[in-house]
Write a protein of this length. Structure first.
Length: 701
């Protein structure tokens, strides 16, 4: 489904003098209006303060003709130089494949075909086995392939005799399973050579960039006498290298997942850099999306006197409305205020377009009544998924890009239907903070995670205080380095999040706009990485070249180095506020205002015991509740909940032992001694004192 009015910008952060371009899709029929606004407060809840988007039409206000622009998901490899290559008289192709949706519709493995005339060839996976197509001729093996099994597939054709052959062979046979075979047929007037690019994992289409995208892994495709692609080379890029005589190198489209376990993987090496030939497969998906590639509709140059802050381009066309946010940052060393707010754009991007399956009729009705952002990822999956979603074949999404409409990245987007509040997360929730600063008359600058990653600690050095948002969960080594350098030189860091500094992500100059998340090792995660390699595949000069993937709390550096708690408990959605007074917390909870800005937690007891429960959790004894264990998650996707429960059962005693072994030795000693004290019935006070003593020794040692 295509949104009636939406768009995106070519960047998310700009400074004075820089240009930002906007790409818009509007179904019309009339022109649409674009007006600049400053985003102060986005919460659409009528029970709270009204949204505040300041009119800045004196800076930009224009009308443009409507046109619909499409997003075409599906990843593949494209070899454009093949247009000028002549194929041998007789064709022979082969590849290793690991299909994940073997019984789905036709999926092309390797092709060079004219979409209009059908001339050329296509090696295709079908529900009836492998097939070779050329023009109107087609031959199919007639035996189904099994999913998630490696096969060698091949095909040949000879125009001189009109003979077509296609075959398939599993690398590991299964008892009483007949999935190996070959088929042959003849066809007159075969035309195998067509001046077209070569596609790996798809084929050319007349009305879109590609069609019949493959789901699964492909390794070592080759065309005899023409090209042999080695996916173990250039793995740090989005390029594929031809080791054959013609140098037909290609590029990857829509970010398929690189450096995956190949057919020769033995399990002995978990680092793909140490054994690249064992990770020489690429996993393609028909719902991958990197860059929509839309044409620019208009651009805007940031004036020199424009304030740093959260800004947006508001679009209107008839009853439809959308706001495309962007951030204006100050120049390094030239702050406009003493306070700096760090927008958690890494977290925004990782969660972007998270399809939760919760957009039911009551939710739709509330969105319409509150005039909130109307486009929801549940209805618009053509714009790509979140790294919290699964691909259609069940594998986890590892990449997220901002070069597409980010439907959840809107100031008034509602994540949940929350009877007690607004149901906001990420940017909409963070506008409570910017709105609060605005109400108090506190001037502030805005710096994004992307800015901090690029500029380092220098961009923070001039501020007296730096504030996080409500959910600063994802970071790179560079952003952690910058924050640590700022605090170690006397800077004041206000941590205002409820889930922060946990997972690490990777960026790459070779893949603009993209961010990579691979969840391996220990940690709370929606899906575990299918491959056991412990390193990111995207690269950048320096810090993240093959970086380990463990979450921040379990890796070499921990949030405590920033004097932060990090994420030790798992978030739940209800909040009970308590007022602080001398001597502790009051037993009577305060009334929460609609849509609290921080990540929300819930105590389970009432009255005075509830306050004691909060104190107990403040010491680190949180009761965990995973996202997938919530009732709404169970209703939305029972399969995902079952997977979560199975994973929890598998952890058991061995999982607990593994968790202990991953911790630093002083922390293991503290936990074991604390447990021993509890067994002997000694008071908690003495155990806590011993923990503090050991912690002091560890920090001094």
């Amino acid at each position: 489904m295509t949104a009636p009015l939406t768009g995106y910008a070519d960047r998310i952060s700009v400074r004075a003098g820089e240009k930002i371009a906007f790409k818009v899709s509007s179904v019309g029929p009339g022109p649409y209006n674009a007006m600049l606004v400053r985003i102060i407060r986005g919460d659409p809840n009528p029970g709270g303060l009204p949204p505040k988007l300041e009119d800045q039409s004196e800076l930009f206000d224009a009308r443009f003709a409507s046109r619909q622009q499409h997003a075409w998901p599906g990843s593949y490899a494209l070899v454009e130089k093949a247009k000028d290559v002549t194929l041998p008289a007789a064709l022979a192709v082969e590849a290793l494949i690991w299909p994940t949706l073997a019984e789905d519709g036709p999926q092309t493995v390797l092709s060079r075909r004219d979409p209009a005339s059908g001339a050329g060839f296509a090696l295709v996976l079908t529900p009836d086995g492998m097939a070779l197509e050329s023009g109107t001729a087609r031959v199919v093996v007639g035996k189904k392939l099994r999913s998630r099994i490696w096969y060698r597939v091949w095909a040949s054709a000879d125009p001189a005799t009109g003979m077509l052959r296609v075959g398939q062979q599993p690398l590991k046979r299964a008892f009483a399973v007949d999935d190996e075979g070959e088929a042959a047929s003849t066809a007159p007037a075969l035309v195998l050579d067509a001046p077209q690019p070569i596609f790996i994992g798809a084929q050319a289409a007349a009305d879109r960039p590609a069609e019949r995208c493959f789901n699964g892994k492909i390794e070592a495709p080759r065309i005899a006498g023409v090209a042999a692609w080695d996916f173990a080379r250039r793995m740090q890029t989005m390029e594929i290298e031809d080791s054959g005589p013609n140098g037909l190198h290609g590029r990857l489209v829509n970010l398929p997942t690189r450096a995956m376990k190949g057919a020769s993987w033995t399990g002995e090496e978990r680092d793909w850099k140490a054994a690249p030939q064992q990770y020489a497969a690429i996993h393609f998906h028909d719902d991958d999306l990197h860059d929509c590639g839309w044409a620019d509709d208009f651009s805007f140059t940031i004036p020199k006197d424009m304030k740093s802050g959260v800004w947006g381009m508001q679009l209107r066309c008839g009853p439809h409305r959308d706001v495309i946010p962007f951030f204006v940052r100050p120049q390094v060393g030239k702050p406009q205020a003493k306070v700096c707010y760090i927008a958690s754009t890494f977290t925004y991007q990782v969660y972007s377009n998270f399809s939760r399956g919760l957009f039911n009729e009551p939710f739709r009705k509330r969105v319409a009544e509150w005039k909130a952002a109307a486009n929801n990822p549940d209805d618009n999956k053509d714009y790509g998924l979140s790294t919290y979603n699964f691909h259609r074949d069940g594998s986890g999404v590892a990449y997220s890009s901002y070069l597409r409409p980010l439907l959840t990245w809107r100031p008034d987007f509602m994540t949940f239907y929350d009877e007690a509040g607004s149901g906001l997360r990420h940017l909409p929730a963070d506008t409570h903070l910017t709105g609060w600063l605005d109400r108090l008359g506190i001037a502030y600058d805005v710096v994004t995670d992307h800015d901090l990653h690029d500029k380092g600690a220098d961009i923070l050095a001039s501020y007296k205080v730096v504030m996080t948002g409500t959910h600063p969960e994802y970071h790179t080594e560079r952003t952690l380095d910058a924050l640590q350098a700022y605090t170690e030189t006397g800077g004041r860091l206000m941590y205002l999040g409820g889930n922060g500094f946990y997972w690490r992500v990777a960026l790459s100059d070779n893949v603009p706009g993209a961010i990579e998340v691979r969840r391996t090792e220990g940690g709370i995660r929606t899906w575990p990485a299918a491959q056991p390699s412990l390193r990111h595949r995207l690269f950048e000069p320096g810090h993240l070249r093959g970086q380990r993937l463990s979450p921040s709390r379990g890796g070499a550096r921990q949030p405590s180095r920033l004097d932060l708690r990090g994420r030790e408990g798992r978030a739940v959605r209800r909040l009970r506020l308590f007022r602080r007074r001398r001597g502790g917390l009051r037993a009577r909870p305060a009334r929460p205002s609609p849509g609290q800005p921080a990540q929300r937690r819930r105590a389970r007891d009432i009255g005075r015991p509830r306050a004691q429960e909060l104190r107990r959790r403040a010491r680190g004894a949180a009761r965990p509740q995973h996202h997938d264990s919530r009732p709404d998650a169970r209703r939305a996707d029972p399969r995902r909940y079952d997977l979560y429960r199975k994973a929890q059962r598998r952890r058991g005693v061995l999982g607990r032992l593994d968790h202990l072994l991953r911790q630093p030795a002083p922390q293991q000693i503290r936990q074991r001694r604390l447990a021993a004290h509890f067994q002997r019935g000694e008071p908690l006070r003495r155990a806590a004192a011993e923990m503090a003593f050991l912690g002091g020794r560890s920090s001094r040692g």
